[in-house]
Write a protein that binds this ligand. Sequence first.
Ligand SMILES: *Cc1c(COP(=O)(O)O)cnc(C)c1O
Length: 367
Amino acid sequence: MSQVSDRSGAPIKVLVPKLPTASAIAPYLARIDASRIYSNYGPLSREFSASLSKLTGAAGVTLTCNGTAAIELALRAKSCSKGGICIMPAFTFIASTHAVCNAGLTPFLVEVDPDTLMVTPEIAEAALQQLDTLPAAVLVVSAFGAPPDFDDWMAFEVKHGIPVVFDAAAAVTSVFDRVGAQPVCVSLHATKVLGIGEGGAILSADADFTESTTAMTGFGFLGSERLSAIRGGNYRISEYAAAVGLAALEALPTRLDRLRLLIDAYATRLKNKEARLQPGAGDEWVTMTLNVVLPEKSVASTLDKLAAAGVEWRRWWGLGCHRHPAFADVPRTDLSATNSLAKCVIGLPFHEDLSEADIDRVVACLP
Ligand SMILES: *Cc1c(COP(=O)(O)O)cnc(C)c1O
């Protein structure tokens, strides 16, 4: 952490995205110039896909044009586009709800565990009691990059016969060797830890599933014949996006080391405070955002202090999907726990340029 810069008066930004520089991307662009292949699963896309497979330990990778499309396609493939209900948490980024609806499913919004901020099999089972039909799917959302409990969700799927899809948009670096047959959807948006601008991927250990979802990204063409074997669309990434991805992967280990140091710096300062980090943050996983959960009684005063200290903060997921006008009519369980919890989850400044002094200034505002 740089001690040199004195920015004591300047506002501290909540997020400052950083993608590979033009010079880091240039060698890959030269390969595109030479091959004159610009899209359609070209050599750079295939190489990026193989590298993502190595990074995540997932045997199968389907690259998509963004994370929302990854979720939508995985749900379409798993629900066989038959429609029906999809159980999902109300506390998530609104993209999850758009993806569920675009997959032809009706969201059924449920609560999350107040500790992990994620839906649990118990919560989903309680929701089953309230529905008269068997849902088509459950969408489990990784809370800001925390790994969901993959084993529990596999047991849930086996027990109830309901497919589970993971919206693990921010979790590309926290699912290593954990990806099974249940699809894990990640985002490669500029604000995520492996940002390429716009992009996403569906990870899976099921080779047939990966073949289908990959075909769905390119008009459902299977094999080399230009025949639509399954319904899909155009959800591919171009070779230019893959070029950024390959350059971003080179920089990833250094970035992760740096982000881990920053979480440590926060965690040390938060030791005797009431504000808490998500379970495992820093020790078990790291991502591009850092959230604290505040005691409900201290939220208003803390936000005042942050504002007075010139510290930007953000409720990355707002107050829950049910609060958005576009989803006001979506069916749900009682969401009083989410209504209390969502207010208390505050995204703090977290990016590679933060200094020790910056972190002191942020933490001084926290209860
Ligand atoms: C970022 C994010 C998405 C959307 O990913 P895009 O690549 O922006 O489409 C979906 N769900 C969650 C939880 C996210 O954080």
